[in-house]
Write a protein that binds this ligand. Sequence first.
Ligand SMILES: NC(=O)c1ccc[n+]([C@@H]2O[C@H](COP(=O)([O-])OP(=O)(O)OC[C@H]3O[C@@H](n4cnc5c(N)ncnc54)[C@H](OP(=O)(O)O)[C@@H]3O)[C@@H](O)[C@H]2O)c1
Length: 345
Amino acid sequence: MSAITSLTNHQVRLAQRPSGTPGRECWNFTEEAVGEPAAGGVLVKTLALSLDPAMRGWMNEGKSYIPPVGIGEVMRAGGIGKVVASANPKFAVGDLVSAALGVQEYCLLPEDQVKRSGMFKIDLRAGSMTQWMNVLGMPGMTGYFGLMDVGMPKPGETVVVSGAAGAVGQTVGQLAKIKGCRVVGIAGGQAKCDWVVNELGFDACIDYKAGNVKAGLKEHCPKGVDIYFDNVGGDILDDVLARIGRGARIIICGAISQYNNTTPVQGPKNYLSLLVNRARMEGIVVFDYADRYPVAVAEMAGYLKDGRMKSKEDIVEGLETFPEALIKLFTGANFGKLVLKVAEA
Ligand SMILES: NC(=O)c1ccc[n+]([C@@H]2O[C@H](COP(=O)([O-])OP(=O)(O)OC[C@H]3O[C@@H](n4cnc5c(N)ncnc54)[C@H](OP(=O)(O)O)[C@@H]3O)[C@@H](O)[C@H]2O)c1
């Protein structure tokens, strides 16, 4: 038996589809022997996994921008790992890579999956491992392309972003400041609001858990909202729609307030504000921009280096904590990009 095949892989598999918030009953913990990579494949040891609100959608049956995770399959997750065996000339043992690893300790990627998953080496000179899962990673790319390509910010414009202290939100707000905009965040709780204003330089932040979002928008966006980057949907989207200015752009990035609904998704009531204001609302899926990630990463790494961009991650540990850790995203218990540390680098 080789050193590789004597290893055991612990995994988290989808046991059943959830109704509402996914509890432990949705997951099965399994183990199996680790396999050797075939020609063109690699074996990656998971170091850290990205916990994302989108995971909740992947647990549902039905059509989306990506197929659902099947019952019995290892839960889908992006992450960073170390190559421990390679039969692919592009990757060497010891390389740190970003890939779709799944919620498991080892990921055996056959050649076609190495290609399809867009696996790439990360460069720790550009940012730390967890920064590569945050502002330099998928959430950062979402914020970057959503704001820049759909929002098209101009200096002096007012940008509002919900989920402001989260992974996507912190990127959007800081980037909008760098581009010369006035930035108003919306977040849950005083600590998150204080952090985005005092540490990230937002102009203001509205604590939606404390009360009246409408009044906060009126106070902090006296000339109306030019760009709204929506991470949460629901009532907050309606409140912002009521405050948009002429020619406003609304980026539909996510609607986390709706993901655990057991009733139909709440649609916007104030959509006629788009008509009155000659405004538009557009959805974005980050993977459509994959070809341009390197350019955005280089720009963002520059901001990290010169101190104009900060990156806050919330790190939880241990594969066995996955079910409870995931729920933090929906209660707001995470403060920054939620990362599950699986093993030491
Ligand atoms: N379209 C894409 O390609 C794409 C890619 C990545 C992410 N997304 C979306 O972007 C959004 C943010 O994702 P993320 O990874 O950056 O997560 P995150 O903001 O780091 O974490 C989720 C946050 O959502 C907030 N939240 C939870 N329930 C809420 C509710 N009912 N009302 C208002 N806020 C609520 C909580 O913050 P508070 O404490 O402030 O409530 C929580 O911390 C999600 O909707 C996600 O699906 C989309």
